[in-house]
Design a binder for this molecule. Structure first.
Ligand SMILES: *[C@@H]1O[C@H](CO)[C@@H](O)[C@H](O)[C@H]1NC(C)=O
Ligand SMILES: *[C@@H]1O[C@H](CO)[C@@H](O)[C@H](O)[C@H]1NC(C)=O
Ligand SMILES: *[C@@H]1O[C@H](CO)[C@@H](O)[C@H](O)[C@H]1NC(C)=O
Ligand SMILES: *[C@@H]1O[C@H](CO)[C@@H](O)[C@H](O)[C@H]1NC(C)=O
Ligand SMILES: *[C@@H]1O[C@H](CO)[C@@H](O)[C@H](O)[C@H]1NC(C)=O
Ligand SMILES: *[C@@H]1O[C@H](CO)[C@@H](O)[C@H](O)[C@H]1NC(C)=O
Ligand SMILES: *[C@@H]1O[C@H](CO)[C@@H](O)[C@H](O)[C@H]1NC(C)=O
Ligand SMILES: *[C@@H]1O[C@H](CO)[C@@H](O)[C@H](O)[C@H]1NC(C)=O
Ligand SMILES: *[C@@H]1O[C@H](CO)[C@@H](O)[C@H](O)[C@H]1NC(C)=O
Ligand SMILES: *[C@@H]1O[C@H](CO)[C@@H](O)[C@H](O)[C@H]1NC(C)=O
Length: 452
């Protein structure tokens, strides 16, 4: 069976267009032009269908029905329907869905642990919430955030509470390949386009692109704040210490990531220096909410290695060759080699990446600027009792960790804790993997995603 670009089956009669058509009433010359055009059309059709036409149309379509010609040459950089229209999900999640998660540890009253954003098989971006009773709610049409997302868009989410207001930001790529920001706060309780949408930033036009927004909790001495002009037009001299903001990276071509930053209280994003020589198909990781003054960003290079870059913003420290201040430096002792070329990256407690064999591995990174290392004995593969559970090639992934605690007199007791990792193993699924933080076996389960 063959399928057209919408995934509908094509019968044999339709696949070979009407041969007996319209000779009558046509001028001879028109007829011959038409005939030549028809022959060319059949040849093109024959090429497009591969051996399908010659051998008959019975065999199952496998890869010879590409919706995107780029994917024929680069299958490892494509996922789902971009490879074969037959792979578009008919239920559950979009095949190749972006998966983003925003933790809400500050959200004590609402008993929500986190919100997970994904692309529904209908193409809409929706969310589901995981409660402290360990139940999933939502994912229906009423939890729709956006309807103009491109197929398999990367999604990134940032959430925080500030000044007695909860803020949620969702970033994704639109059908016309521009960056979109949707924001929500619990005062207005509606999703609205954020200031980044207004910039219409153009994203690398490819079936797989990197995009990551990262909450930034420590601006001590960060020279980037001076890039925000004040109302008077002068460079900003107010340090953003103890303020929050966001960094955002997205691929603008095959090997470049653009970086934008936003600070609370500013109604705009500013462009920072782009990152060159990276793999624009792969994801971006970040860690910028720890104590101390160093921020980390992770990107994949052209050798399928994940690089870990750091930037220290403590201007009280003297800049040295081995430890410059306010510039990005490669942690040369801490690369992760042999990742899947369009791997997604995520960090919370452990750093996760998809490896060349499509398995997902967790790494324990010791963040220490130029001395950043990976604890070799603490690297693990996500498994079920049957062994490693590979993801779809290029699956998006997200992760978090959570501990439920209780005060026992003046002592905080942990009732339970867990690592959470989400990725796709089938195409219409979002599969959750959990494990106690200290170690133990992984448990695997599929999220129940409403079909409507
Ligand atoms: C999703 O796409 C992948 C290719 O990326 C394919 O192997 C898989 O079978 C598809 N899943 C479904 C449910 O069609
Ligand atoms: C905090 O919220 C109050 C009331 O909504 C507002 O007046 C004040 O300016 C806000 N402060 C900051 C720092 O945003
Ligand atoms: C992209 O589409 C959005 C609406 O989805 C529109 O507002 C925007 O102007 C478009 N941008 C370009 C560059 O066409
Ligand atoms: C929004 O959330 C904050 C923090 O959780 C809470 O203090 C505030 O009352 C909420 N506002 C509304 C309008 O619900
Ligand atoms: C990166 O990985 C892809 C797929 O596994 C492979 O085809 C390619 O040769 C690798 N590139 C390098 C430089 O090793
Ligand atoms: C910056 O570095 C100085 C000197 O090493 C140190 O005393 C200070 O605590 C650091 N500042 C911050 C915010 O970490
Ligand atoms: C960054 O460091 C890693 C690990 O040493 C190395 O493989 C990679 O080539 C470096 N990248 C750059 C741009 O120097
Ligand atoms: C990671 O390794 C460090 C150093 O061995 C250790 O202190 C830390 O607990 C490990 N992290 C986790 C989550 O186990
Ligand atoms: C890195 O290690 C060197 C040598 O042990 C040390 O002098 C330096 O202070 C360390 N840097 C950091 C940021 O810990
Ligand atoms: C906790 O409470 C116990 C008695 O209830 C007391 O002896 C102890 O000093 C307290 N610890 C702290 C750190 O306050």
């Amino acid at each position: 069976m063959q399928f057209n670009e919408k995934g509908e089956p094509i019968t044999h009669d339709q696949a070979v267009p009407a041969k007996e058509s319209r000779t009558c009433g046509m001028r001879r010359r028109t007829f011959f032009i038409m005939l030549i055009a028809l022959v060319i059309a059949i040849v093109v059709l024959g090429v497009a269908l591969g051996v399908g036409l010659g051998v008959g149309l019975k065999k199952d379509s496998d890869g010879d029905n590409s919706s995107d010609p780029y994917c024929l040459d680069h299958p490892e950089l494509c996922i789902g329907g971009a490879l074969d229209a037959n792979f578009y999900s008919k239920q559950g999640a979009f095949n190749g869905t972006g998966i983003a998660l925003a933790g809400e540890s500050w959200n004590k009253d609402q008993r929500r642990i986190f919100t997970l954003y994904f692309q529904h098989h209908t193409g809409d971006l929706r969310f589901m919430q995981y409660t402290t009773d360990r139940q999933w709610i939502g994912g229906t049409k009423s939890e729709t955030v956006a309807t103009d997302a491109k197929d398999s868009t990367p999604i990134s989410a940032v959430a925080y509470a500030l000044n007695h207001t909860q803020y949620f930001h969702l970033f994704y790529v639109s059908k016309n390949n521009t960056i979109r920001q949707m924001t929500f706060n619990n005062d207005t309780s509606i999703w609205q386009p954020g200031p980044l949408s207004g910039l219409n930033l153009e994203v690398f036009d490819s079936p797989s692109v990197g995009l990551q927004a990262c909450w930034k909790g420590n601006f001590y001495g960060d020279s980037d704040y001076s890039k925000f002009p004040t109302a008077s037009g002068q460079a900003n001299e107010i340090p953003f210490d103890e303020r929050v903001g966001m960094n955002l990276w997205y691929a603008s071509d095959e090997s470049t990531f653009e970086q934008y930053a936003w600070y609370n209280g500013q109604d705009m994003w500013v462009k920072l220096n782009p990152w060159q020589g990276k793999n624009g198909h792969a994801g971006v990781g970040c860690y910028s909410w720890g104590t101390g003054t160093t921020t980390y960003a992770m990107m994949v290079n052209k050798n399928n290695d994940t690089e870990i870059w750091w930037k220290d913003t403590n201007t009280t420290t003297t800049s040295e060759d081995s430890h410059p201040i306010n510039s990005w430096v490669n942690s040369t002792d801490a690369a992760i080699r042999g990742v899947y070329p369009s791997t997604s990256l995520g960090y919370t407690t452990y750093f996760y990446a998809q490896m060349a064999d499509r398995s997902v591995q967790g790494f324990n990174i010791t963040y220490s600027a130029e001395n950043t290392t990976i604890e070799q004995d603490d690297t693990f593969t996500i498994t079920d009792p049957g062994g490693p559970v590979p993801g779809l090639g290029g699956t998006h992934l997200t992760c978090t960790a959570f501990a439920e605690t209780q005060m026992d007199g003046n002592v905080t007791k942990t009732l339970w804790d867990s690592l959470y990792v989400f990725y796709q193993t089938e195409g219409d699924d979002i599969t959750a993997f959990t494990r106690p933080i200290a170690g133990g076996e992984w448990t695997k389960g599929s999220l129940k995603i409403p079909d409507e």
